[in-house]
Design a protein around this ligand. Structure first.
Ligand SMILES: C[S@@+](CC[C@H](N)C(=O)[O-])C[C@H]1O[C@@H](n2cnc3c(N)ncnc32)[C@H](O)[C@@H]1O
Length: 330
């Protein structure tokens, strides 16, 4: 076979060049020869020393846990193609037929994704006021606290005690980009602070409220971790503080019940301020019903609303979407 021979200290540079040219043969292992490295290549190339060499076959690394998991063939097609990763914890949704193979699935995930240390299965739907779900331990450490990084911030949280979805990272960045320096933000349903901490990097002040004591405990810890002293955590029912805060921007990330808190949101936003509203909808009527409710509450309060943007955030269930509506209150 053909090889490219380079001094060890030039190895990384050469590897990148060969990759860029598409001639590195990744099905063979790179060879060490004293102070030199020999790269297996598919064709000769000018500017490098070309040698004839024998190379060992490289082991093919599996890309997905589905390539290594041991389950009967008849259920293989039911294996989920994706799962959530929060910090070093994986959370997978298993169809009923796969529940009995949970341990094997968990172990396969740990084998393929070395940075994952614990695997859990979703044990229930998200429910209750705190918006949490039951988790079933499948493999690895029996630990539910982790450190998640997203959008350049660190978030410590306990996946069993608080709500957190890594799938909203893009949406949070979208709101961050809209926010302006000098603003006061009111995050009505803050959780452990993925919006609040991120926005605090840009705006003047963030009031971050949550009714779940565990969420507020982590929010306080995340405020310290990220040195965002301009976040004011508030533990309690947002109904009790709404109206006392006058914000330029209000975030209503409680899609299941946000419509019940529109009055509180509109009373907490300055005239001309913006509300980021979230909801769940059927694909046949994504925004209409939500917008009617928004207009009704505004009318009751003697206010007007101007709709700025509507978008699908992510699919939520068959034919259902998590949607976002941004509106200005006048
Ligand atoms: C869907 S989670 C969103 C958390 C966070 N914004 C995020 O993106 O991860 C909604 C949060 O609202 C909180 N919550 C529910 N009802 C509330 C209320 N009446 N007052 C304050 N917080 C509430 C829950 O505890 C939960 O943490």
């Amino acid at each position: 076979m053909l090889g490219v021979k380079v001094p060890k200290k030039e190895g990384e540079k050469a590897r990148r060049k060969l990759l860029e040219l598409g001639i590195l043969d990744k099905s063979y292992k790179v060879k060490q020869e004293g102070e030199f490295l020999v790269f297996p290549v598919k064709a000769p190339i000018e500017g490098f020393e070309i040698v004839e060499a024998d190379f060992e076959k490289a082991e093919k690394k599996p890309h997905s846990y589905r390539e290594v998991v041991k389950v009967p063939e008849e259920v293989r097609s039911l294996l989920p193609s994706s799962f959530d990763i929060i910090g070093d914890i994986a959370i997978i949704e298993l169809p009923e037929e796969l529940v009995q193979y949970g341990k094997q699935i968990g172990e396969a995930i740990l084998k393929v994704h070395k940075h994952i240390k614990a695997v859990f299965a979703k044990g229930s739907k998200i429910s209750g006021e705190f918006r949490v779900r039951e988790l079933i331990h499948l493999a690895g450490e029996k630990r539910t606290e982790t450190l998640h990084k997203e959008n350049g911030i660190k978030l410590k949280l306990d996946v069993a005690r608080v709500y957190f979805s890594p799938r909203l990272a893009t949406e949070r960045m979208r709101v961050f980009k809209k926010a302006k320096e000098g603003e006061i933000v009111f995050d009505m349903f803050a959780g452990v602070g993925p919006y609040s901490i991120l926005l605090a990097k840009k705006v003047r002040l963030v009031f971050a409220c949550d009714i779940n004591p565990w969420a507020v405990k982590y929010l306080e810890e995340n405020k310290r971790l990220n040195k965002t002293l301009n976040v004011i955590p508030i533990l309690g029912d947002v109904r009790k503080v709404a109206g006392q805060i006058k914000a330029d921007r209000v975030i209503m990330n409680l899609p299941k019940f946000a419509h019940e808190f529109l009055r509180e949101a509109m009373l907490s936003v300055k005239s001309g301020g913006i509300v980021h509203y979230y909801g769940f909808s059927h694909e046949d009527n994504l925004f209409g019903e939500h917008e009617e409710k928004i207009k009704t509450v505004a009318r009751e309060l003697g206010k007007r609303v101007e709709f700025l943007e509507r978008r699908k955030v992510r699919p939520y269930a068959p034919y259902q979407y998590n949607i976002a509506i941004d509106f200005r209150v006048l």
